[in-house]
Design a protein around this ligand. Structure first.
Ligand SMILES: C[S@@+](CC[C@H](N)C(=O)[O-])C[C@H]1O[C@@H](n2cnc3c(N)ncnc32)[C@H](O)[C@@H]1O
Length: 251
């Protein structure tokens, strides 16, 4: 996989995959979002009601709708035209401003126009995350918060996955190529291969700090007892972390 493959190619694939991806989403997102990400994201938010919130990389928009229902004034941006069409179709009475744009350059949005920015599973899908961090910093008011979730970069790497025995039992989770930084492909659905960009945990933390942010919180989500009761097979998620969620603050 060419290291210099970029965001344009990633978005071409998201456009092609948008319908199938959205099919997997209810009003709580997909199952991983319902179990791991939504409770974590909302637990990290200081306040939602009447806050100006940017959903950076909104996809089919379930999180924008949850935020709007919680009383936020939501602007939602995505670089896939098809995702945005679906998000608009799925929006009912919620007041959401949808914008077509690349999170690496949102110059059509004014400086310091948001109290809170949420980016759910997007930053590993684009090439220039350093630019995104600078953009999010520019767009936040002083004291504003940027919360983003990622596939956990220590465990989800190119060629990571379960090692199984001859009976198909999961023995342990394999990690490889941790220090590789760049694009790789991941199969999603029947035929589609989306592009992901791997970076080390060090790169994410240092980029956050160099962009001017303070790290205000960090969670590696695990299923709650209530979610385990609802979805018992997710007990295997105590073996390894799939996700990591950062809360950054603009001082
Ligand atoms: C894994 S989906 C997550 C969507 C949504 N945040 C959610 O949680 O359902 C990734 C989304 O990021 C969008 N995306 C990828 N690169 C982007 C970029 N550079 N700017 C804006 N959106 C981007 C894709 O089009 C896709 O909708």
């Amino acid at each position: 996989m060419a290291r210099n493959i970029g965001t344009e190619e990633a978005i071409k694939r998201w456009d092609q995959f948008a319908d199938a991806y959205s099919e997997m989403h209810t009003e709580q997102g997909d199952r991983h979002k319902e179990i791991f990400l939504n409770p974590t994201l909302f637990s990290l938010m200081d306040k939602v009601e009447n806050q100006k919130v940017l959903d950076a990389g909104c996809g089919e928009g379930y999180l924008s709708r949850l935020l709007a229902k919680a009383g936020a004034n939501v602007t939602a941006v995505d670089f896939s035209k098809r995702m945005l069409e679906i998000a608009k179709e799925r929006t009912g009475s919620e007041q959401i401003i949808y914008k077509y744009g690349n999170c690496e350059d949102l110059s059509f949005l004014e400086d310091q126009s948001f109290d809170l920015i949420v980016s759910n599973m997007v930053i590993q899908d684009l090439a220039d995350y350093e630019k995104v961090f600078l953009e999010m910093y520019r767009l936040l008011v002083k004291g504003g918060v940027f919360i983003f979730s990622l596939l956990h970069p220590c465990f989800v790497t190119p060629n990571s996955g379960w090692e199984k025995d001859q009976n198909g039992e999961k023995m342990h989770w394999n990690v490889d190529q941790y220090f590789y930084e760049g694009a790789y492909e991941q199969r999603m659905g029947e035929q589609e291969k989306i592009l992901l960009f791997h970076r080390t945990l060090t790169s994410y933390v240092n980029t956050a700090i160099q962009s001017g942010f303070l790290i205000d919180g960090l969670i590696e989500p695990k299923p709650s007892p209530e979610m385990l009761e609802k979805y018992p097979t997710f007990k295997e998620d105590f073996r390894c972390a799939d996700f990591i969620v950062f809360k950054l603050r603009k001082p």
